[in-house]
Design a protein around this ligand. Structure first.
Ligand code: ATP
Ligand code: MG
Length: 441
């Protein structure tokens, strides 16, 4: 992408309405603009990041055998009346009346929609287990939307729903999600702490929240310091063989949110107990037959008897993650994206637009990066060098290549790594090899 063509409105001044650093940086780096309270338009750079996060979430769900569907944003009130949640859900639900005076709503979550589908379509135990997910916009009319996309009213969520024949199967499905979540966050450069949580309006008996530690977080967590050092399960983990031991290791360490924390029951003391604030980036629940019973997700079991399906539901705040990653990874100059979610991997800066040599070299590197499949933002604007460097840092591009007349005289360009600011020079002859290295990682 050429910077001269890109729609990227950056701000020099810190926006007054933004209280936390991720919100400030998302506005300054031109990722989003507010359309109404808690409702945002995602501009090109922000949308690229959002889609990368979405893709990691999708790949890790697919690894577990979960299947993607797309449910509607607008739901019928009928199914919510059946589950009994229509009245319980309260003012967070945006209720709408259509032209025929029928009650509909903008979905805050989708247990009812998917359970209704499964109730109609799955009739035999042979079709189980099933785990269906979607990545779709949700609406909750939060009392206090704040902190930008962290607590929006409209937000993007990955939600999935598992259907099993019995409790053992449901717990197995739950454990698979537990592992998938750890892998998902770790691929985004985040350390997520799974904490025992209250089940809230979704209901049920087994639940964990996944929390990123950050001072600006809205949740309070109490956890074992050892949890912060546990390595997240890698890409080669076996979802059947490794599952139980891994989940046991993670859940054997104490971790609880403030609602669940019990100072008397907590086994930790002194330095071992970490008390911190955190951002909830995911929440998983096992809740048995809470929805399958009223919505009639009842099938014929192996012995011909009627079995009410055992369910769980699992959410990840995809749009909240954009803010959470920035909270976890930034400095005074701007965002520091982990490569896995960066809008572009490489920023290419032409220090002297109009100089034939600089232009030709930049064009050559730009083309080589694209051919190698390395995503590149090429700053080809005729502007001061200082402004270009500042923009690359603000937007947080992981690698910055600078081409200037002085370096070119010696046959060199400069490389800067955003994460630690480390600079080095590479010879023009070695640029291809450097690009190949980026393409491989
Ligand atoms: P919270 O306690 O933050 O309100 P919740 O318990 O209501 O969250 P869930 O219903 O479990 O959230 O939703 C799944 C995930 O969706 C949450 O873990 C969070 O990451 C995200 N999420 C929930 N509400 C919002 C919101 N208003 N804005 C952005 N993301 C949200
Ligand atoms: Mg909530």
């Amino acid at each position: 992408m050429r910077r001269t063509r890109l729609f990227l409105p950056t701000l020099k001044e810190t926006p007054a309405e933004a209280q936390i650093v991720s919100h400030r940086l998302m506005l300054r780096a031109g990722l989003v603009r507010q359309s109404a309270a808690g409702i945002y338009t995602w501009l090109p750079v922000g949308y690229r990041v959002l889609r990368k996060i979405e893709q990691i979430v999708r790949e890790e769900q697919d690894c577990t055998g979960a299947q993607e569907v797309l449910m509607p944003t607008i739901q019928s009130a009928d199914i919510w009346q059946k589950s009994g949640r229509y009245d319980d859900y309260g003012k967070e639900m945006l209720r709408i009346t259509d032209r025929h005076d029928r009650e509909i709503l903008y979905g805050p979550t989708a247990e009812e929609v998917i359970t209704d589908i499964v109730a109609n379509e799955i009739t035999s135990y042979r079709d189980l287990p099933k785990n269906l997910y979607n990545i779709q916009w949700k609406f909750r009319d939060e009392v206090r939307p704040r902190f930008g996309v962290m607590r929006g009213r409209e937000f993007l969520m990955k939600d999935n729903y598992s259907f099993d024949l019995d409790k053992a199967g449901a717990v197995h499905s739950y454990n698979k999600m537990f592992l998938a979540y750890l892998r998902t966050y770790s691929r985004m450069g985040l350390k997520a702490v799974p904490t025992a949580a209250d089940t809230g309006p979704i209901g049920g008996e087994l639940s964990h929240e996944f929390i990123i530690l950050a001072d600006t977080g809205e949740s309070e967590v109490f956890c074992d310091r050892a949890l912060l050092e546990l390595p997240a399960p890698g890409p080669d983990v076996d979802y059947e063989a490794d599952l139980q031991p891994l989940v046991d290791t993670w859940t054997s360490h104490y971790a609880a949110t403030d609602e669940k924390h019990d100072a008397d029951a907590c086994p930790l003391s002194g330095d071992q107990l970490v008390t911190a604030r955190g951002i909830e980036v995911g929440h998983i629940f096992y809740f048995g037959t809470k929805y399958s019973q009223p919505l009639g997700a009842i099938i014929q079991g192996p012995d011909g008897q009627q079995v009410t399906l055992e369910m769980g539901s699992y959410g990840i705040g995809v749009s909240r993650l954009v803010g959470a990653i920035i909270e976890a990874s930034h400095d005074d100059d701007g965002i520091i994206w982990p490569e896995s979610v960066a809008p572009w991997t490489v920023g290419l800066i032409n220090l002297k637009v109009g100089d034939a040599d600089c232009e030709a070299t930049c064009e050559r590197i730009y083309a080589a990066l694209q051919t190698a499949g390395v995503e590149v933002l090429y700053d080809d604007r005729d502007e001061r060098a200082g402004g270009k460097f500042a923009d690359m840092d603000l937007v947080g591009i992981p690698w910055q290549l600078t081409v200037g007349p002085r370096g070119l005289k010696d046959g060199k360009i400069e490389v800067k790594r955003r994460a630690d600011g480390e600079k080095s020079e590479i010879a023009l002859d070695d640029v291809e090899a450097w690009i190949a290295e980026r393409a491989a990682s």
